[in-house]
Design a binder for this molecule. Sequence first.
Ligand SMILES: *Cc1c(COP(=O)(O)O)cnc(C)c1O
Length: 427
Amino acid sequence: MKELKEIYRSLGISEQVFTIGEEILEGLRERFDRIDEIAQIGQLKVLKAMQENQVGEACLLGTTGYGYNDIGRDTLEKVYASVFHTEDALVRPQITCGTHALALALMSNLRPGDELLSPVGKPYDTLEEVIGIRPSKGSLAEYGVTYAQVDLLEDGSFDYEGIRKAVTPKTKLATIQRSKGYATRPTLSVERIGELIAFLKELKPDILCMVDNCYGEFTELREPSEVGADMIVGSLIKNPGGGLAPIGGYIAGRRECVENAAYRLTSPGLGKEVGASLGILPAFYQGFFLAPTVTASAMKSAIFAACLYEKYGFACFPDSKASRHDIIQSITLGSAEALEAFCQGIQAAAPVDSYVTPEPWDMPGYDAKVIMAAGAFVSGSSIELSADGPLKPPYNVYFQGGLTWPHGKYGILKSFQSLVDRGLVLC
Ligand SMILES: *Cc1c(COP(=O)(O)O)cnc(C)c1O
């Protein structure tokens, strides 16, 4: 298409890179059709939940002060519960991020003397301090909650024998991380999560199963709560916020679990009854409404990136053919120059701060310099097009997001062009 090529050229994409992209897309039609189908079903699920729970104009207004009788907040929680097939949900701007939501779910459902089990290996970095794997003020360990971990086997499968040994009468809660996060293990499909939960419940019927659902929402037809999870937990500046939520987290699950979390978030005796929504509700509702198609855009962007970079010899994880259960794409770029060039390309493609050049910096908590590209409307949002990576071998970049597929595509082509212009890829 002449106009498309023209506007790409005006945005710094050469005809050659444009053509490479178009060729790759030719081979992706079927997969993209399948993603669109999942998005279509997700969209209708959300719409149906909004209709059945009678979302009305009054729901968009919000409250101040204590926030008693906040019909918009309470209805939104019903909408989440309907979509995720749970008894209840807590969806609040007072939950500041994904880590906070996870900490809240854990700390409110565990008591001194209980043991927490991760049967899927090391949890997400920030949870190490929540649990007390790395000693930290206020950790679960400080409150007398112990922790056990069973790693995945070499081939990524569950270590059922190890799990059988690790489950004791003290084991109260199992935490299961759906997304690989920044580890190199496969992301768990909802089906596999269901198998693991069934195994755990057979060993100990009263064990609570919590799924860290970050980056997984709407990537499949079902959520982990439909295969036995007692709680699913996530961040609203990732998939379910649809790019519009400027803050927030959610916990959806069994009534008792959600109630415990609400008493911990606010106060014993108050629970879900307080927590003013201020002016946030339109963004929460509209973001959730957009989440299925926004997630589909991010999925397409991840697959397109894997296909493009793999073709030019870069190892991709997951690889271009793998089935996907989250929106994160890792690419092994092999040199600091390539990592910087990639991130600078993503940054240059952004709607906000496109004119700045990301530089590696010493980020607290990391043992190497880190480079980050993010030109987002919502600070730190990783459902928006973003990339980051530590400056150490093998120079992996972690790439995710893309509110729209055209933007995701452009961002990836721009990153590739940036490598081509520096002679870091031959094509
Ligand atoms: C992002 C993420 C978290 C933590 O969320 P923050 O909002 O960054 O605190 C936890 N687990 C996984 C798998 C994540 O991807």
